[in-house]
Design a binder for this molecule. Sequence first.
Ligand code: GTP
Ligand code: SPV
Ligand code: MN
Length: 580
Amino acid sequence: MSVTAMAERWVDEVARLTRPAEVIWADGTRQEYDGLVADMLRDGTLIEMNQLSYPGCYLHRSHPQDVARTEQLTFICTRSKDDAGPTNNWMAPAEAKERVGGLFRGSMRGRRMFVIPYLMGPRGSPMSRVGIMVTDSPYVVASMHIMTRVGRVALEQMRSPDDFVAGLHSLGDLSPERRFILHFPEEKLIWSVGSGYGGNALLGKKCHALRIASWQAREEGWMAEHMLILGLEDPEGRVTYLAAAMPSASGKTNLSMLVSALPGWRAWTVGDDIAWISVDGQGQLRAINPERGFFGVAPSTSGRTNPNATAMVRSNTIFTNVALTPGGEPWWEDMGTDPPPGLVDWQGQPWRPGGAPAAHPNSRFTAPVSQCPSVSPAWEDPQGVPISGFIFGSRRSRVIPLVFEAFDWQHGVFLGSAMSTETTAAITGQVGVVRRDPMAMIPFCGYNMADYFSHWLSIGPRLAKPPKIFRVNWFRRDDGGRFLWPGYGENVRVLRWIVERIRGTGTAVETPLGFLPTPEALDLSGLDLPRERLAQALAWDRGEWIAALGDLGAFYEPFGERLPASIREELHRMIRRLGG
Ligand code: GTP
Ligand code: SPV
Ligand code: MN
């Protein structure tokens, strides 16, 4: 199978616009990867790490103004503004091409242009999709090798000549003034210029697998979600698959590979960031992980919090913006070791104790899924894994209890739409500000979110047994600012209750919010957690909730008539249950 004429035509067109010195089709081989690495070591794009303790590991330092996704420079370019909706930045397609086209004109002069055919999803899966991405960044090509399936494997999976998402990426001058991440869902097209970082530049990830794919998913009746996928095995060996949406830097990677604090229970990792989910012939939801690598947050990753990740990044990993020890090893805050003398910070400067963090708070590792010790045997199953429960989690110091369960599908969709979270270093801007983030998709939904809620609502009735939906919050704090719940491997105690609820055995009390576990319903064996703290973690306050639902009503306002009536109805019901 070869490249279709249509793909070739698009690539030619792009080359005429960007004027590269050379056009190279990526084949995804080890040889190609090694060659790219050698080039980048020569020109300083990569720094070799200690090849004895970290074989195949390299450090990349990005431009200091290019360290996270930039949402204010990210646009959905649909013909109608309403189709992008009030929560997306919008530009008319013609205007976008006019404004940004100039930044691509001649942008690859003297540089190599790489064409990357990539497959999102397991080989041979009917749910997998193809992208063809053009870039002038070797770092992006190497990262795409880790994060996606590159080369013939992708071209072979095209079902028709135009069965691909086209992505044009150029580093430009890396200035935020000339940075744009544009999505044209009606043309299956992405344009990104001025950034070499993560979700801005690895176009298979957020741009394709969420923004464009969410549009396609609505048209075709499936779901593209910002979710981890894990299988929780009980002591009898039964595995229950769950998918969990949590905002950026709010615990997906950690939960997906947790090491269970409960004997006999075990988590199997299928994916850590994105789930593509469809309804099978039996009315069962099945999920695949479209990626083949993890682009995970480094700070706080330690033997205590995430030993699977610590093991996984010991080889064949590209680190971005971490600190470097004199011995050529990576270092970051809360990795479990003291900063060694002679530490060099993420910008290559000598680090001084008490100064700014040595590793950038959004520093990351890029590592293959296959290296994760907890990788699920089913992670590349072309049919996907059967999903029995959804979890919506966010980062809230107050108000939201540790865990509760929705009454039914519609109420669960409402709870997802009601999500808000404290911002993190994964996006540029202020950290710790509460913002709305329905289903953790506010930065990633490629269309009007009111239609997205309708789409979610439409899935439930198609299912033989709709998954139960849960709300979690690992991040609630006491008055002194300390987390009330220990988190990480201890989260299995919450997952166990969730699985028991799905099976109909776990106990709960009915509250105006939904079903809450009684303190006795959670297995706390071996955990030294004062009763009082657990009670605080599970507490809810009528007044706080009524106020929060007032804010939610204001958030719904701009959606107008497009907001599904049943979402508004759930809001009013909840206010009534609270006596407001
Ligand atoms: P993205 O890759 O940006 O989508 O992030 P993510 O959702 O995968 O988040 P990740 O698991 O990387 O966690 C982000 C931050 O939250 C890290 O600093 C973690 O240490 C911290 N974190 C994760 N799980 C927990 C938890 O259970 N409790 C607490 N207190 N912190 C956690
Ligand atoms: C996120 O921000 O949700 C990430 C990192 O997973 S990025 O790839 O930059 O989007
Ligand atoms: Mn993410």
